[in-house]
Ligand binder design. Sequence first.
Ligand code: PLP
Length: 387
Amino acid sequence: MNLAVRETYLAFGTPDFTEAEIEAVARVMRSGWVGMGQETLAFETELADYLGAPEVVSVNSCTSALFLALLAEGVGPGDEVIVPSLTWCATANAALYLGATPVFCDVDAGSLCLTPELVIARLTPRTKAVIAVHYGGYAIDVRALRLALPGRVSIVEDAAHALGARHPDGRRVGASGNPVCFSFYANKNLSTADGGAIALADPEKAERLRRLRMSGLASDAWSRYTRASAVFTGGLSELGYKMNFTDLQAAIGRVQLGRLHEMSAARRRIAGRYRDRFRELDLRVPFQEAVFGPDHARHLLVGLFSPEATGLGRDALLLALRARNIGASVHYRPLHTMPLYQPYAPDNGLPATDHLAEKIMTLPIGARMSVGDVDDVCDHLAQLINL
Ligand SMILES: Cc1ncc(COP(=O)(O)O)c(C=O)c1O
């Protein structure tokens, strides 16, 4: 039997907004203050509570968060920053913005993440920082990474995928004390359309980050409008950037944060349905290790669709799924294979990353998806794979 093409396109990640988010935005719009102010402060406090992080500094994207976090760690020209190649370009670009060199590192084939051993193999006297990417929502053991690294090397965590994940020691991603960078982009587990945040422990660094995100000013716009003292104090002493959050985004974010538990449970159900249906249909596709466990944020559902297991090349399978209105995707084409990063490509490649590159495929997952959506994906896959 030939399955019908899905009527609607199933995207790999869509935001889960309700009337509550819409009402929160309207409330802030009606208040007359939409820039960074009290709503942003409330969002930062609530996010810090949720994460178990002493400080949260919101910014306009995770790209900005990574850039500012490296800047605050003192990364600059001549420094090396170890990053996985299997990541979004923002991870490596954060180093390039600062004149530093990205040093591409391989990943473990099961977790699809850096390990202490792999990072140590890329260490040099010029290494200033490592960006640990919690790929797909898998929380790296950053304690083990810290123990393996010399004290002079900073760890910045790229948790764009990992809001809600837990480390092996039970703490939430965001509570390690390292600068931990989150994304609230449209397809993320918590979305404010665009946006990001840095969770960290050091209050002085947090204060500096607050200045750096706001043109170098010591006080935010709300204080300058409302507090007479702020008009006369807080001159510029450092070159800053315009990378702040807004109260409109914070209004969405506060509602999303209140709904995160419910949205995470929905992701867990969707992942579980995939696992059950794959077993039922006897589709032998290994997924990222831990994606079905309790501590994973399940931002991405990434499987290894090798030609041996599927009878089809990954690209052919992806195109066939797209033709059936199923938004499968690839996270990621390894950065070291792209023209921009050729000067930094390791001479002998990265064995595990290169091996994974042609096989990984991301299936749609999100809090908005129904069990019927998962069944559609699985039924189409079964038909294509068993051709
Ligand atoms: C691993 C990773 N890091 C960083 C980013 C950048 O996030 P943003 O779009 O908020 O700048 C992304 C975005 O998708 C990402 O996937």
